[in-house]
Design a protein around this ligand. Structure first.
Ligand SMILES: Cc1cc2nc3c(=O)[nH]c(=O)nc-3n(C[C@H](O)[C@H](O)[C@H](O)COP(=O)(O)OP(=O)(O)OC[C@H]3O[C@@H](n4cnc5c(N)ncnc54)[C@H](O)[C@@H]3O)c2cc1C
Length: 301
């Protein structure tokens, strides 16, 4: 929107699969709390279009630099040229490989206490441990319910300090690998362990691996970096400076593709920040071009 209001020609190329599509509602968006993701999307598109921004449905598969900008290629072979690129392709949530889990994603299989914590308050919440953030997640969800179970699954038992914190907060640890998510009447009802034991639950918290959707940037030489904690890979992202500028001149990034923790408002804010930087860059280029033309004209007289 900022670029369209700055009277730039803007084309949004989008294959229409935003990350929060499985969720019923967007929360923590002041003045829009509870809006379905698709409605927010439609509102945003209408506002951008009202300033002349254009939209094209399709998946970008590659991008190459040219003398005056870039050409991006879509899956159907169409090529589109632009002077600058703003990459806002988000991330993929790679979910733990447990039968039945992916089908419940965004409904009662969750990751974020701020996105859906209120909705599962006071419920029986399980936290599936697949890495070092599980204890922290269990403590976060304990703020929302006094019935939190840490399912150790494939993770080692917590260390003494963590075990002390969990016990002091009344969080139960259950050993044993989770074999499947159980569902009754289209609601999560629990998890079944390899031993056959069932842990009744109403919600299951997981820690997906966050993978930037950035494969198509490889042809520009733009690489992703890994975000790690304690040797455990949390995800990958496109490195960018605070204005969104990437290592490749002319290419900016905003939202989850560069900031894995960004929720909707910070993602939108990143877009605005990067848009201002893109416009400033183009203003500088336009002035350089105009000076060159003016000098050429003066020299020709
Ligand atoms: C289940 C769930 C619930 C959530 N709930 C909330 C919530 O309540 N509140 C909140 O603030 N945040 C919530 N989030 C986080 C929220 O989804 C992100 O903050 C937000 O989607 C980030 O916006 P983005 O624009 O960076 O990426 P996205 O919204 O994922 O948008 C990226 C867009 O780029 C498109 N795209 C990707 N690759 C290509 C390509 N190669 N070519 C063309 N188009 C492409 C995608 O189709 C998509 O439309 C939730 C996340 C999940 C997983």
């Amino acid at each position: 929107m900022a670029l369209a209001r700055a009277r730039r020609r803007v084309l949004v190329i989008d294959d229409g699969a935003p990350r929060n599509a499985p969720a019923g509602h967007v929360h923590n968006f002041l003045t829009r709390d509870g809006t379905p993701p698709a409605d927010l999307y439609a509102l945003g598109r209408a506002e951008v279009a009202s300033y002349g921004g254009e939209f094209m449905a399709g998946a970008v598969t590659g991008a190459v630099r040219e003398e005056e900008g870039f050409t991006v290629t879509l899956a159907d072979g169409v090529g589109v040229r632009g002077r600058r690129l703003l990459v806002t392709t988000g991330l993929v949530d790679e979910l733990p490989d447990v039968p039945g889990l992916a089908e419940r994603w965004g409904r009662d299989v969750l990751h974020c206490p701020y996105c859906h914590g209120w909705e599962v308050r006071d419920q029986a919440i399980g936290v599936l441990a697949t890495g070092p953030v599980a204890v922290h997640q269990a403590l976060l969800f304990r703020q929302l319910s006094d019935d939190v179970t840490l399912l150790l699954h494939t993770s080692p038992a917590p260390g003494p300090d963590e075990a002390e914190q969990l016990a002091a907060r009344g969080i139960v640890c259950v050993e044993g690998e989770v074999a499947a998510v159980q569902v009754a009447d289209d609601r999560l009802s629990g998890v079944r362990l390899r031993s056959g034991a069932v842990v009744p639950l109403q919600a299951l918290v997981v820690a997906p691996r966050f993978t930037a959707r950035a494969d198509f940037l490889g042809s520009l030489g733009l690489e992703t970096a890994e975000l790690q904690t304690g040797g455990h890979v949390l995800g990958s992202y496109v490195p960018a400076d605070p204005m969104g500028a990437t290592a490749v001149p002319g290419v900016w990034a905003a939202g989850n593709v560069t900031d894995l923790k960004a929720q909707v408002i910070p993602a939108a804010a990143g877009g605005l920040t990067a848009a201002a930087a893109v416009n400033a860059d183009l203003v500088g280029e336009d002035a350089r071009i105009a000076v060159g033309r003016a000098r050429a004209l003066a020299g020709a007289r």
